[in-house]
Design a protein around this ligand. Structure first.
Ligand code: ADP
Ligand code: MG
Length: 297
């Protein structure tokens, strides 16, 4: 019998040795791991198939997961997307092998950012713009391949590096946790909805559970607000307040007009009114790099 940790996750799987825990989410624990043959390092997201059995037919589910995984494996490499490497089954555990991004997630990065540098706010406008533009770039590729993220939030953005450029402390980031939630998430949707964060959910997702590309754009709007203000647009789910209240909150953002315009364009309760990803890419806030604003921070 192979050795295992407190959760019962085996110490080795395929040709890999499991290392320390990197984080956990609704249905998975993520570990660092090393390939025995060449000591190359990866992250491995472990999913307990027995947990899925509560909800679904596991054989069918694993087949679906593998199909979904092959879509992810074929994604072209992109600097703002965590690379999906492989899927390995070991007993009743599934390991999704991922590129290792070991500087934590964006929530942790914000929490540990030096206080006082920019007052209450954690990011200067140009720093927020730098992160936001990378999220847009990554999301554009996902959407162009037919993948809806469904769970964009600070915890699902990983930090590659932090570097000083003039007065800015810039974070290079990658989007994580995409593609698999569609399949695994269906099996654990009940469990997931109780732990997932409704604060990022689009109104149509809360109302009908319908997830299309535009739901990701809403979440992106919530993220932009958090980056620019250090706070959510309102208490609880932004999707549950009237448009006028959202617009008021956005109008109070301590940023330039272009940045406000982006947040307002994304936080539209009605999906057809939201900015599209292509409109975002061409928006002056992104093409101008968050400069030319009222940024005195
Ligand atoms: P879940 O689907 O359960 O939310 P995630 O994929 O979001 O799982 O991973 C949970 C946490 O594990 C992340 O917030 C992050 O801190 C860490 N993590 C996930 N993927 C990686 C990775 N490739 N490299 C390093 N850490 C990761
Ligand atoms: Mg996650």
């Amino acid at each position: 019998v192979a050795a295992e940790d407190a959760c019962g996750v085996p110490d080795t799987f395929g040709g890999f040795v499991r290392g320390k825990e990197l984080g956990r989410g609704a249905f998975a624990v993520v570990y660092a791991c090393e390939r025995k043959s060449d000591a190359a390092k990866f992250a491995a997201k472990a999913v307990d198939l027995r947990q899925l059995r509560l909800f679904v037919n596991v054989g069918r589910e694993v087949k679906k997961l593998r199909r979904e995984a092959s879509v992810l494996q074929q994604l072209p490499p992109h600097p703002n997307l965590v690379k999906f490497v492989d899927v390995i089954q070991e007993g009743h555990w599934l390991f999704f092998l991922l590129e290792l991004v070991d500087r934590g997630n964006l929530l942790q990065a914000i929490v540990r950012r030096p206080p006082g540098r920019t007052g209450r706010l954690k990011f200067r406008e140009s720093e927020a713009c730098h992160v936001f533009r990378q999220l847009v770039d990554g999301l554009k590729v996902l959407h162009s391949k037919g993948i809806v993220h469904r769970d964009l939030k600070l915890e699902n953005v990983l930090v590659v590096r932090e570097r000083s450029v003039g007065p800015d402390l810039l974070l290079d980031v990658k989007i994580a946790d995409f593609g698999l939630s569609k399949v695994v998430g269906e099996g654990v949707s009940e469990a997931r909805s109780t732990v997932g964060s409704p604060r990022y959910m689009a109104p149509e997702v809360i109302a009908k559970g319908s997830h299309d590309f535009r739901a990701d754009l809403w979440s992106l709007g919530v993220l932009a607000h958090v980056l620019l203000d250090g706070r959510f647009p309102c208490d609880g789910a932004s999707a549950k307040v009237p448009q006028e209240r959202l617009d008021e909150a956005i109008g109070r953002l301590p940023v330039g007009r272009d940045a406000q315009d982006v947040v307002r364009g994304l936080l539209q309760l009605e999906p057809p009114r939201r900015l599209t990803i292509l409109q975002l890419c061409g928006h002056p806030w992104l093409t101008g790099g968050g400069r030319g604003s009222t940024d005195k921070r």
